[in-house]
Design a protein around this ligand. Structure first.
Ligand SMILES: [Zn+2]
Length: 269
């Protein structure tokens, strides 16, 4: 269940075939930080065990956003600090049970009742340490920054910046191997969020799904997202028929359809 890829000095990503998910780990001299926890407690426990193959240091957890595949494994990490944006806390409280029902049903329909049961059984752990703008964590001889770059993939994404390794864990603000996902997104704000991520100057960016990428990849994805944002604006003002937006979009119809259904303001509710 997963394989480690080293992405910097004492920094790794755990790659999973399921959902092409990427979970992170950064270690200092005294502590380590786990970035996202997986889709259920079984996956979380397997990830925790894999972390222990690399380090025995005490961990804390950061949840990049409230989507089940990033957040539902947190209980497997026990009573340790869990960092997240206040909006992540609110979203887990507000949508956690609906996500559970939707995805359990999805896996049952796919003929995967064990996956459905694991999601049904997961205890949802909201972040107890909330980060609104930026926070610095001292892992022992190593500072790691948690940054909320504004709305994008959700209204509460947090990225993890490891300055001494030129590394950013970007959650689902960046996706490799599949288009970005717009279900809870703010398409008008997303390009600016990626501008802030790019301004961190990382050489390596770990997406929430897919393989680690470089800044040039993020720049290209930012341009595609800006195209989608422009198409959404044009449809909202009546300047462009939705079918034309779907045809012009850099992304498949189902992704663009979700983007078109999202607010055209950059402010979150
Ligand atoms: Zn997500």
């Amino acid at each position: 269940m997963g394989r480690w890829v080293e992405v910097g000095d004492r920094a790794w990503v755990r790659r999973h075939a399921e959902l092409d998910l990427s979970l992170g780990l950064v270690a200092g001299d005294r502590a380590c930080l786990v970035v996202d926890t997986g889709a259920d407690e079984t996956q979380g426990a397997a990830f925790a065990k894999a972390v222990r193959e690399l380090t025995g240091l005490p961990w804390s957890v950061v949840v990049t956003h409230a989507h089940f595949d990033h957040a539902f494994g947190t209980a497997a990490f026990g009573h340790r600090p869990v960092f997240g944006h206040p909006g992540c806390r609110a979203a887990l409280a507000g949508t956690g049970e609906a996500q559970r029902a939707t995805w359990a049903e999805h896996y049952r329909r796919e003929g995967r009742p064990e996956a459905a049961e694991r999601i049904a059984a997961a205890r949802i752990v909201p972040p107890g340490r909330t980060v609104t703008g930026t926070a610095e964590l001292d892992l022992g001889g190593r500072l790691v920054r948690l940054v909320h770059p504004g709305p994008g993939h959700t209204d509460h994404d947090l990225v993890v910046h490891v300055p001494d390794s030129g590394l950013v864990f970007a959650g689902d603000l960046v996706e490799e191997g599949a288009p970005p996902s717009f279900g809870d997104a703010f398409p008008q704000a997303w390009p600016s969020a990626l501008d802030l991520v790019l301004a961190l100057g990382a050489r390596t960016v770990v997406p929430g799904h897919g393989e680690p990428v470089d800044a040039a990849f993020v720049t290209r994805q930012r341009a595609e997202l800006a195209e989608v944002a422009a198409l959404c604006r044009a449809v909202a003002t009546g300047a462009l028929p939705p079918a034309e937006a779907l045809a012009r979009s850099p992304y498949p119809e189902d992704f663009t359809t979700e983007a078109l259904a999202r607010p055209t303001t950059t402010t979150t509710t």
